[in-house]
Design a protein. Sequence first.
Length: 181
Amino acid sequence: MDMKKTYFDVLGIERVYDVDRAELEKRYLDLSRQLHPDRFARASAKEKLASVAKTTELNDAYRVLKDDLKRAGYLLKLAGFDLGDDRTAPKVDAMTLMQIMELNEELAEARAERDSARVSALAGRVRAAREEAWGVVEGALREGGAEAMRRAAQAMMLMRYHDRFLEQVDAYEGATAEGVH
């Protein structure tokens, strides 16, 4: 994809967090029909290849923009915060990292003691914190501006820690349900 052309451009919609889902769907379906391989059955090999590339680009754009979390990450990337790149991803502050480490230690203890109630309580706290962080992301993306984007990126990074924690909980609960400890 052309580096200046965004997924929003591909679908011809406004570059905002709160996309009009009906318009997104309509644009995707209209463009999909225009690029359908049957329309290029008698085209040259070059035209067929271009159609496949455009269809792939369209599908990628739609997959990202229809999902709130992926769209948020994409908007942050466009704003210069590539959360998968250590050079541009914001750092989580030391105090927050310490809290996350303490939660992980509590989880390890609860798992070792096979204390499912405590594991569930910890998971509840982390789910609530994740929801709070997601609220920050959405609010900041709606607000716009450089400082808001920085806040959104930091909250998204924090959500990654939450997700890893919850994956550990899910693994514990899955093992417990199967009778494996």
